[in-house]
Design a protein around this ligand. Structure first.
Ligand SMILES: *Cc1c(COP(=O)(O)O)cnc(C)c1O
Length: 423
């Protein structure tokens, strides 16, 4: 199921009032739901010593949300300078931060090393020599298994994915890192996205543990941690089953226990879920402002793809409820559209819905990850505000809507005109 019954029961009765107070459109996130999922994860993996979630900041890079993650004891998975700043602002430092960049620049390496540093997760063997001295004590590599694993639609086939070092490079990568002075080691991979088959994640854990063994045999390295990445899936469609977290954690726990029995120690397990942590706990609330009836029937709403790119980018399904008509028969078939001059600016295509009237509120489910975060300003369409439904029932604005001033802010610079000598 998409949005939980609990979230619905707290939001739907109040949503008209919230919309009247703040205006529409807005993303709204559910603090209780996010906390519950965080606790569920911790409980599921409590049997693995040193388990830690590093929340993938890119999924929902809002300070207030990241504060919740911090309160739950999570670290942060960052891949850009602004994401590092966000994490550090909250007091995260050193091993609270995994820096999993790719195609990394000198500026990024310098920033990652500053302010107490972070866990550097290198995406390629050629980057080892580009890490500024002093080389960090603790180093990690991102592993791409290539043809050893099949991927999925969102992340792509590992063979075609730009990420990570190849299987053949692994031992050499750690050897070179050792030569540059690394003494502590981690191993990272991320091979799936929105994967709801828990056995895939179990295979990922098996894969990294087995690779850790290979590297240990070759170089005598003991891995401090393995990081199985993000990619835990959520059900977007009503008929989708969720990830079987208890079964997954039991099987992964058994793999770590077996490793410990064989080697007398086991690495810690890290993961970096974004979608699983916040995806189902966010919605986009938007009002129907127009309708048209041409070759198809359209409902025009006051949000557009600047607030939610996933349908346009991946053809993703996001469930929609029409407030006050949750139980009404779905007698109509609509495309639910925004106002951008792009024909893929659609939240739903040929969707069965109850009859929508202008003024109706639509709740678009599962926008808590890769929603607002992926927004943009194309066509002068600005990103909406973000709200947090607190556990006490109050609603807090946690980011205002973008304004026309924000749109023009990048024209604020000192004039600079240069004539190259070669002209
Ligand atoms: C995007 C990303 C994640 C989070 O992915 P989800 O699908 O949101 O869990 C984790 N780690 C890395 C390196 C990523 O790029």
């Amino acid at each position: 199921m998409p949005m939980s019954e609990s979230f619905k029961s707290r939001l739907f009765p109040a949503v008209e009032e919230i919309a009247a107070h703040f205006g529409t459109p807005f993303h709204l996130y559910d603090e209780a739901g996010i906390r519950a999922t965080g606790e569920e994860l911790k409980k599921a993996f409590a049997g693995i010593e040193g388990y830690r979630e590093y929340y993938a900041v890119k999924a929902l890079p809002n300070r207030r949300i990241l504060q919740l993650m911090k309160e739950m004891g999570f670290g942060f998975d960052c891949s850009s300078i602004p994401e590092l700043i966000l994490a550090r602002e909250l007091g995260a430092t050193a091993e609270d931060i995994m820096f999993t960049s790719n195609n990394t620049s000198d500026e990024e390496f310098a920033f990652a090393a500053a302010d107490g540093g972070c866990i550097l997760n290198l995406d390629d063997i050629t980057l080892i020599d580009k890490v500024p001295a002093p080389f960090p004590d603790l180093i990690c590599f991102r592993y791409n298994p290539g043809p050893r694993r099949t991927g999925n639609l969102i992340i792509g086939n590992p063979v075609e994915a730009k990420y990570g070092i190849s299987h053949e490079q692994v031992v050499e990568a750690y050897r070179r890192a050792q030569k540059r002075g690394a003494r502590r080691f981690g191993l990272h991979t991320m091979v799936a996205s929105n994967e709801r088959d828990y056995t895939y994640m179990v295979e990922t854990a098996r894969m990294v543990l087995s690779l850790a063994e290979t590297v240990e045999d070759a170089l005598g390295i003991r891995f401090e941690f393995v990081n199985i990445g993000g990619g835990f899936g959520i059900p977007y469609k009503p008929e989708d089953h969720g990830l079987d977290l208890p079964a997954m954690s039991a099987e992964i726990g058994a793999l770590f226990a077996a490793f410990r029995a064989k080697h007398g120690y086991a690495p810690k397990m890290y993961m970096e879920s974004g979608r699983f942590m916040t995806g189902p706990h966010g919605v986009l609330v938007t009002r129907a402002i127009n309708h048209k009836d041409i070759y198809r029937k359209y409902v025009g709403v006051d949000a557009c793809m600047s607030a939610l790119m996933r349908p346009a980018l991946y053809g993703s399904y996001h469930h929609i409820d029409v407030i006050g008509k949750e139980q009404s028969p779905k007698t109509e078939v609509y495309d639910v559209v925004g106002s951008l001059c792009e024909n893929n600016d659609k939240f739903a295509v040929q969707r069965e819905l109850p009859k929508v009237d202008e003024g109706d509120l639509l709740v678009i489910h599962d926008t808590g990850a890769h929603g607002h975060a992926m927004g943009f300003q194309y066509n002068g369409r600005l990103r909406p505000m973000e709200l947090l439904l607190r556990t006490d029932g109050s609603v807090e604005m946690i980011r205002r809507a973008e304004t026309v001033e924000d749109y023009f802010a990048t024209y604020n610079f000192s004039p600079d005109r240069f004539t190259p000598a070669q002209s």
